[in-house]
Design a protein around this ligand. Structure first.
Ligand SMILES: Cc1cc2nc3c(=O)[nH]c(=O)nc-3n(C[C@H](O)[C@H](O)[C@H](O)COP(=O)(O)O)c2cc1C
Length: 147
């Protein structure tokens, strides 16, 4: 989730301590958040039902690692967007498993045709991005947010 959209950009991520990702993030203080689109949905769920402690997920799911610019973990070439992150604040981890991370580099694939992302409803079902509702004219108090 977005925690600050200013400078620096911050995101919050709740990661279960049973996950390999949790241990890796604790140990290195770095990660890449890769944003998949709807065509990858089945793969996303399969990836979330196994552990990087047991298998190489890039190899097992035919994904392509690409070197990041500022962090050690790789980007995922097949994803629409990739955010290179560094842990900024781990004071909420013991209590809530919540990592506050600074996005130090962001990538979006301009070539990708499928751009609809998916939103997990918590039970294995997903909402897929759909119609755009344009209410820009009503954003009178927030001109900086309207492009
Ligand atoms: C759709 C889906 C959503 C998930 N969301 C989260 C989440 O928000 N936080 C979390 O810790 N685990 C989540 N999980 C579970 C992890 O993805 C799962 O434990 C995975 O095996 C962790 O892999 P790792 O051990 O390589 O880190 C989710 C799983 C699925 C299938």
């Amino acid at each position: 989730m977005v925690m600050q959209d200013g400078v620096p950009p911050l995101v919050g991520c709740m990661i279960g301590p049973w996950d390999h990702s949790f241990r890796a993030l604790r140990a290195t203080g770095e990660c890449v958040i890769a944003v998949p689109t709807v065509d990858l949905a089945t793969k996303v769920v399969e990836i979330g039902n196994c552990s990087g402690a047991d298998i190489d997920k890039f190899e097992a799911f035919g994904l392509t690692p690409v070197s990041a610019k500022k962090v050690n973990p790789p980007l995922v070439a097949e994803c629409l967007a990739n955010f290179e992150c560094r842990v900024k604040d781990d004071s909420l981890v013991d209590r809530y498993n919540m990592f506050v991370m600074e996005v130090v580099e962001a990538w979006v694939d301009p070539e990708r045709k499928e751009r609809r992302v998916i939103h997990h409803r918590g039970d294995g079902t997903f909402i897929i991005d759909g119609r755009v509702l344009d209410l820009k004219k009503k954003m009178v108090k927030w001109p900086a947010y309207v492009q």
